[in-house]
Design a protein around this ligand. Structure first.
Ligand SMILES: *[C@@H]1O[C@H](CO)[C@@H](O)[C@H](O)[C@H]1NC(C)=O
Ligand SMILES: *[C@@H]1O[C@H](CO)[C@@H](O)[C@H](O)[C@H]1NC(C)=O
Length: 827
């Protein structure tokens, strides 16, 4: 361990944070993470607790790890509990030391992550792509470009994602940026993965050692050590493979690349937190092609320490401009998985990247969700990404999955940063949104937003265009700081009807609230919610904005048999980018499957994030805390709730009905800062007159074609949008008097906090883990299991599928769309 220490010290201050790392003996010791106030020293705390100070937690200010022998750790628990309750009561007695403990968490042992499933072997690939006819002119320009840039890399001509000579236009459109001299100089991307072969001659010239670390073996050099440690190297090659005589080129071939190795062995939350902040003044971008399992049954996000590290990254990384996190959306689409069930991809701090293949099709593996920002090229239609492999001069032609899409977006951001280093993490997201190119605009997945931009849950804002991104970066006016609005908790506590109906709950955000929040225009919207259900996979959730834009926050998932609903889960959407936020927001929870599994929508809260009106005085958002969502249900204000009785029809025949009054009666007492004490329950029930007034759209929507409510076929045309707007008017045809119900239901919310529920059993092997987590592979929320998104494909679902895109949405909708598609095809 001292050897590790001195080796790390050789790297100077960069490694100071990791100098005291050593293999943690979780068998004999319990570990605690403490956040201390600046006034007390970790040594004093250790002394007081009879603990050993293990060291700081990465770059998190005043966060430290302590260990205590198992025999005595129960006492520490009691002590810390004592400290917690004292803090709660704001009581100060003579124990000043404990007063300095701002936050504490017992650490879970590193969990053995699920076995990596190796990618489909290359021999499964069809020998030749279906369409291999090079365009003669394109080949000619490719040669010219190579000549003028001195590109001699042997596989450059096969790197279709950089310059496609077969399917013209289906590439990153990057060569124009190179010709203008933008090749990534001065920018560093950390590939957080299973290692990086710094001795590959294709990566060696651009390898950045000081930004690199191996958290699995606790050594400075993140060398691939296991046979399957190839994924990180392949991703790194896509970003920064050098312009030389080896293999091909990275998108930003003059940028540098670091390796941060975390995926090869189990790691605990402190190491993961340290990893995503590693050398965060040098590393600009963190490219992450992994996440919780994409099995359609897992709903899992980062633990609090990791969330804090992400916030620390965007607030303090890169000299305060913010680390840029890029995440692969996930490969679970064929298992009904959706990137909003992954707490990394649905974070507002990450750029979530799905895949598109070389024919421009939606690969069957690539997950959709409202948090998906863009797509980038990857495997499908009989080809994959051609990149660098582990070995001195090894290349690899079969890299794929969303794992391969993420790094191409990361490389494009590296180009943008090299053209414009002062972009903040939010500017980077803006220019992505601004320059992404919509594709298949008539596929029924697109909505036109208030800003005129288009958004699709399948494609995000479209595919990355590196040239356009760089141009936008150059001219971009930097955005003002981030502001936010958090609504109070909104109480629903109502049974969710089964079938195509849904339970709708709304909340009105006033102009004053937005002004008070210093919020000029929206970027991300998040909804944190509690739904109580006996089968999670039956649920789906829509969010409708005042501007009539619909986010499918969650979708039904066949494999998800979890006997639970959503517990303080936060869904995210980028579909409301540019809206004002003012007006009535509605959340509709559906339980489409009529079966014995049922549930109740308990409560929710709306969070709007965006640009500040006045940037001069806007503070940074506080660090996340596991108690952020704690609340008493009885303190939550009663939201306007109704059953959504009439499934909407598609293909609206009616005339534009702009200006139809919203059926929702806003709750006048709703204030964000002061939760209403005793709401006048009956005031929320619309009078019969109001109800009648909104029935009209229901009767005009008389199409025979049956589709589930608000099937997302609206989009392109204004007319369609208008109709949707009208359809929203049909939501409330009757309301139930909830008052009495609430009166009866009033009780303190009993909710088990998952973060206080420590489970210290060592997981010795895979079998045991499986037994713990069930055959479906579902895991607990705070798992440390990460896996490589490429390997997320099972054998029976090859990555290289020619299958047409699996459209986004719950399975019923996708069936409908398939039907629709086949009708179109037969035409
Ligand atoms: C691609 O790059 C070229 C410059 O090389 C630019 O003119 C064009 O607008 C970009 N986008 C598309 C979709 O071609
Ligand atoms: C909802 O939660 C309560 C406890 O808070 C429980 O008693 C009830 O059975 C749950 N209902 C469903 C449908 O899960």
């Amino acid at each position: 361990m001292r050897v590790v220490g001195s080796a790390a010290l050789a790297f100077g201050f960069l490694c100071a944070a990791t100098a005291s790392l050593h293999p943690r003996s979780y068998e004999t010791h319990d570990f605690f993470a403490l956040h201390l106030d600046g006034s007390i020293s970790p040594a004093d705390v250790a002394h007081h607790l009879g603990a050993r100070h293990e060291g700081p937690i990465g770059e998190l200010p005043h966060h430290h790890t302590f260990s205590i022998p198992r025999e005595v750790s129960a006492d520490t628990d009691t002590l810390l509990e004592h400290a917690r309750s004292r803090r709660k009561l704001a009581r100060r007695d003579n124990n000043e030391l404990l007063d300095g403990v701002l936050w504490s968490q017992k650490l879970d042992p590193p969990r053995k992550r699920l076995q990596k499933r190796l990618p489909s072997p290359p021999e499964n690939l069809p020998r030749a792509p279906i369409n291999t006819h090079d365009n003669v002119d394109a080949v000619h320009s490719q040669k010219q470009i190579a000549a003028s840039l001195d590109i001699t890399d042997p596989i450059f001509s096969g790197q279709w994602h950089l310059f496609n000579t077969v399917q013209i236009g289906h590439d990153l459109n990057v060569t124009g940026a190179w010709l203008e001299g933008i090749t990534g100089k001065g920018v560093i991307t950390a590939v957080v993965d299973d290692g990086l072969d710094m001795y590959s001659n294709d990566l060696k010239p651009n390898y950045f050692a000081e930004g690199s670390f191996d958290f699995n073996d606790q050594v400075p050099e993140p060398k691939p050590r296991l046979l399957e440690d190839r994924h990180g190297t392949r991703c790194a090659g896509e970003i920064a493979a050098a312009r030389n005589d080896i293999c091909g080129l990275g998108v930003a071939y003059d940028s540098r690349v670091s390796g941060v190795r975390i995926l090869s062995e189990p790691i605990d939350d402190t190491d993961e937190a340290a990893a995503i902040n590693y050398a965060y003044q040098q590393n600009d971008i963190y490219s992450c092609s992994w996440g919780p399992p994409d099995d359609g049954a897992t709903m899992e996000g980062p633990g609090v320490l990791i969330k804090r590290a992400m916030v620390n990254g965007i607030q303090n990384g890169r000299g305060g401009k913010g680390s840029i996190f890029v995440f692969a959306a996930g490969n679970g689409a064929s298992h009904d998985d959706n990137c909003n069930f992954d707490g990394y991809t649905n974070s507002i701090y990450s750029i979530t990247v799905g895949a598109i293949d070389r024919e421009g099709l939606h690969p069957s593996y690539s997950e959709s969700c409202s948090a998906q920002m863009v797509v980038a090229y990857s495997s499908g239609s009989s080809d994959a990404i051609h990149t660098t492999d582990v070995g001195a001069d090894k290349c690899y032609n079969f890299h794929g999955g969303t794992s391969a899409a993420g790094p191409l977006a990361a490389g494009s951001v590296a180009l943008a940063l090299s053209a414009r280093p002062e972009l903040t993490w939010r500017d980077a997201q803006y220019i992505m949104v601004e320059t992404a190119v919509p594709i298949h605009e008539d596929d029924g997945s697109w909505q036109v937003l208030k800003t005129g931009k288009k958004f699709s849950h399948d494609w995000g804002f479209g595919k990355v265009d590196a040239y356009a991104l760089v141009q936008k970066a150059r001219a971009w006016e930097l955005v003002k700081p981030q502001a936010w609005f958090h609504s109070p908790w909104l109480r629903v506590q109502h049974k969710i009807p089964q079938g195509d109906q849904g339970l709708a709950s709304s909340y009105t955000v006033t102009k004053e609230m937005i002004k008070e929040a210093n919020l000029e225009r929206l970027e991300h919207v998040t909804v944190t919610m509690n739904v109580n259900h006996t089968r999670r996979g039956d649920l789906s959730v829509e969010l409708r904005s005042p501007d009539g834009v619909i986010s499918h926050l969650s979708t039904a998932r066949r494999p998800d048999n979890e006997e639970a609903g959503y517990v303080d889960w936060t869904f995210m959407s980028v579909a409301h980018w540019g809206e004002s936020g003012i007006g009535t927001w509605m959340v509709i929870v559906k339980d489409t499957d009529v079966n014995e599994f049922a549930g109740e929508f308990t409560d929710w809260r709306l969070n709007l994030w965006g640009e500040a009106i006045d940037g001069s005085n806007q503070p940074l958002h506080p660090m996340p805390n596991e108690h952020d969502d704690d609340h008493n249900i009885e303190d939550a204000i009663v939201a306007t709730t109704s059953i959504n009785p009439a499934p909407a029809k598609t293909d609206p025949p009616g005339p534009a009905t702009d200006g139809v009054d919203r059926p929702v009666k806003p709750k006048p007492t709703a204030q964000p800062t002061t939760p209403a004490e005793a709401p006048a329950e009956t005031a929320d029930v619309p009078s019969p007159t109001e109800t009648d007034a909104v029935e009209t759209p229901t009767t005009t929507a008389s199409s025979d074609s049956f589709l589930p409510s608000f099937f997302p076929t609206f989009g392109a045309s204004k007319r369609t949008q208008a109709w949707i707007y009208a359809a929203i008017g049909s939501i409330i045809v009757f309301c139930i008097a909830l008052g009495v119900y609430f009166q009866v239901q009033r009780r303190k919310r009993q909710r088990k906090d998952p973060h206080d529920d420590y489970d210290f059993e060592m997981i010795e092997d895979e079998d045991e883990l499986q037994a713990m987590t069930g055959t479906s592979g579902r895991t607990h929320r705070r798992g440390g299991e990460l896996y490589n998104a490429f390997a997320g494909e099972s054998d029976e679902e090859p990555l290289f599928s020619d299958e047409d895109d699996e459209p986004y949405n719950d399975r019923r909708s996708s069936e409908n769309r398939k039907e629709r598609r086949s009708t179109e095809q037969s035409r």
